[in-house]
Ligand binder design. Sequence first.
Ligand SMILES: *[C@@H]1O[C@H](CO)[C@@H](O)[C@H](O)[C@H]1NC(C)=O
Ligand SMILES: *[C@@H]1O[C@H](CO)[C@@H](O)[C@H](O)[C@H]1NC(C)=O
Ligand SMILES: *[C@@H]1O[C@H](CO)[C@@H](O)[C@H](O)[C@H]1NC(C)=O
Ligand SMILES: *[C@@H]1O[C@H](CO)[C@@H](O)[C@H](O)[C@H]1NC(C)=O
Ligand SMILES: *[C@@H]1O[C@H](CO)[C@@H](O)[C@H](O)[C@H]1NC(C)=O
Ligand SMILES: *[C@@H]1O[C@H](CO)[C@@H](O)[C@H](O)[C@H]1NC(C)=O
Length: 853
Amino acid sequence: MKGGGGSPTSLFLFLSLLLLFHFPPFTSSKKYTPPDNYLIDCGSTRPTKLDDGRTFKSDHDASGYLSTEEDIEVSVDSIPIPNALPLYLSARIFQQESRYTFFISQPGRHWVRLYFHPLPHPSINLTSAVFTLQTDKFVLLHDFSMRSNSEIVFKEYLINTTERFSIVFKPKKDSHAFVNAIEVVSAPDSLISDSATAVSPPDTITGLSNFALEVSYRLNVGGPTITPRNDTLSRTWLPDVPYNIFPEGAETASVEPGVINYPGGGATPFIAPNSVYATAETIKHAQVMQPNFNLTWKMSVDPSFSYLIRMHFCDIISTSLNDLVFNVYINGLMGVSYLDLSTLTNELATAYYKDFVVNASTIRNGSIIVQVGPASNLESGQRNAILNGLEVMKISNEAGSLNGLFDVGGSYKGGYLSNKLKILAGVALAAGLTAMLFLGVVFIRRLKKPHGYEKRHSFSSWLLPLHGSHNSFLSSKSSSRKSSLFGSRKSKTTGYPGCFSNQGLGRFFTFHELQNATQNFDEKAVIGVGGFGKVYLAELEGGTKVAIKRGNPSSEQGLNEFQTEIQLLSKLRHRHLVSLIGFCDEQSEMILVYEYMANGPLRDHLYGSTLPTLSWKKRLEICIGAARGLHYLHTGATHGIIHRDVKTTNILLDENWVAKVADFGLSKAAPMEQAHVSTAVKGSFGYLDPEYFRRQQLTDKSDVYSFGVVLFEVLCARPVINPKLPREQVCLAEWAMNCYRKGTLDKIIDPNIAESISSESLKKYIEAAEKCLAEFGVDRPGMGDVLWNLEYALQLQEAATQIDPPDKTCLIALDEPNGKNLKEDLEAAAVNDNSQVEVASTVFSPLGTVQGR
Ligand SMILES: *[C@@H]1O[C@H](CO)[C@@H](O)[C@H](O)[C@H]1NC(C)=O
Ligand SMILES: *[C@@H]1O[C@H](CO)[C@@H](O)[C@H](O)[C@H]1NC(C)=O
Ligand SMILES: *[C@@H]1O[C@H](CO)[C@@H](O)[C@H](O)[C@H]1NC(C)=O
Ligand SMILES: *[C@@H]1O[C@H](CO)[C@@H](O)[C@H](O)[C@H]1NC(C)=O
Ligand SMILES: *[C@@H]1O[C@H](CO)[C@@H](O)[C@H](O)[C@H]1NC(C)=O
Ligand SMILES: *[C@@H]1O[C@H](CO)[C@@H](O)[C@H](O)[C@H]1NC(C)=O
């Protein structure tokens, strides 16, 4: 959200309006006077008066709140952003950890509003500043930075404070922190109640007051922007238009704000000003054919958090009571069925609101979807639905954070049960438990090597909630420090504070330990190099081999990817995903420790090496494994995760040839909160979904596309891009589709295996691959379908080669480097397969061959 500018209007007029149209029981309290009201224009030499009447203290007047060693003020005369508040014209820069402390006369929820704009400074580049911002109990921003000097960022939080409330700026090593303005202002106690309705499963949950909230969206549905001037709590309400996914089906309704009633209990002018209730979106019947058409709003959110959703309703369209009955859905789930505002308020044009909590696990595609639609099977009444206002607030997670999984002490708190609300509502874990126990067994088995890993990292520890089963993070967090099943968090032997800071993530490795394991990161141990850094093969004490990915600490992108990877991997466990064993973040190192995949990347077994050729069956099994891994990412336990970089070098093979998907550095659970920041296209050339490239819109179908390219790469055993070829053949995806259309695909199949493939199996396989490469995402199948087709292709292959002893067909030894000769099981296949594929073994693409060294 951006800080609102706005047109000048007089408070006097507003007040007189309020007097003209009174709201029954609340006439006296319509104006809120906050007991605590700290407004600071950081870096400013003078107090700053905004046109909403509020005055921000000058930096000097506010210096008493600040404790810091050295800091710098900057200010400019103007900034190139239209309608920006004057608050952005100055800033204070912190070169080391600095703290504002406020005395709070009335503890309870307070607004914390922060204004950021990286002003130019002769020697300090604020666009490269990276810092963490936290209160005593909550992390508000973790490793925050701003992308460009034409950006302004406004952050708004609601935090339950104690008598002393601090805001701490922590610059990252060798960096700076800054802020342009700060507000710490009381909010009425009645604003956020302690309970809300959980959508899935339907339930009432309590304990909300223990969480910090961050405002993600606040929309005046069907109406214009409402600036702090028109809201006694100084909130900004933005129009809903950008989020309404089918505005053609919506019609705005509005009445004079003065006619809005506030009921005796429930909504008050503090909950939302009458100008919010006085406008709404309703269904435009002329445009809508479907009888049960829904109005739908879609908002991007960070899907690793849970959200409080507040919906504001007010029937400003009916002419009689009980005429408007509709359903409310959140993320496709029923929020309220047969909502009849008349019954709830006994009057028309009366404000009503309802709070819902959505569980991170119901967030798909990184969006919160709110819908209202007429209730079906109604005998009478109008077929309509209404929404007047909508607020989405992020709820702090189990790390006490609103940004990432690091707590105020800097420890990483990721874990399987990342969403404390699951515990709050007493999630029925039965099914999950069984599945996890099963996985746990698999995992423990894998770990059962003599000295390999610490026992306490057994998977079973994942089954336990991070902080016991209390109702609040806060109380339970402190108690878990005192006594924890996993022993003290401080390792006495090494004295290293982070040692077992996070059970969910597996083991913490010291830098020293990893130095030993790699002979001080010897170049000889390097088994791969990626955008993130180098990958080393290492041997831990006890002889366990692991792969170590060491990030380049200076790379900001690396840092983000490191965090993404830790966050994602800590939640993901699957036979077909490469497991994270642990990590090291000592001395600003970013090192991830993975299980070692003895047989390396799939690509090495397809071309460009002297490794033996993989049989068709083995290739199918590998593709099936990888497809399972991706399918799990897209639909599995956590929520829709898009890999973004599916390619044959990211499909690794373990010593038993089990395929596992690796490298989540680029993964994206969803576009993040700021919808205006478009996702920069990432991925690998040759695999990139053209639709994603064109529209920069990321969906799981982009992975499906890349996987289709992988399927052709596996079939043809040639690089996805080979510039040395004639132009039409350079790009495999294009060339393969071309051949498919011309019916000549069989000519480009890897000649080493062409004759061993049963024609039915091939047909099914090509069908799957071809569909994946559909031009438009919507036409591509989901990974589940692809998987099904591949499994079917494997069955067909097996049926065609039944005589082969199953295990001998895995590998075909390559006798000659050019791989022209046929192998035993290949011959067997040819004998058994009567419906031959029309492939001459002499057809030999110069590219697709195995190059001898
Ligand atoms: C805001 O208040 C002013 C009076 O102070 C009024 O003229 C204006 O219409 C109000 N805006 C909205 C959106 O209600
Ligand atoms: C400031 O840092 C950003 C990001 O590191 C960089 O893109 C920009 O060019 C730098 N600006 C100046 C003036 O050095
Ligand atoms: C703030 O927290 C205290 C202690 O946890 C609690 O008693 C109080 O009700 C909370 N206030 C609000 C407004 O949530
Ligand atoms: C309205 O939304 C609900 C929930 O997503 C859905 O079940 C229903 O089919 C939708 N109605 C129409 C006509 O699309
Ligand atoms: C996610 O997005 C894709 C493509 O836009 C769509 O087909 C799919 O139904 C969406 N999933 C959910 C759960 O909304
Ligand atoms: C979260 O959603 C999942 C899947 O819909 C459900 O099983 C679980 O019970 C939900 N938990 C809460 C607290 O709503």
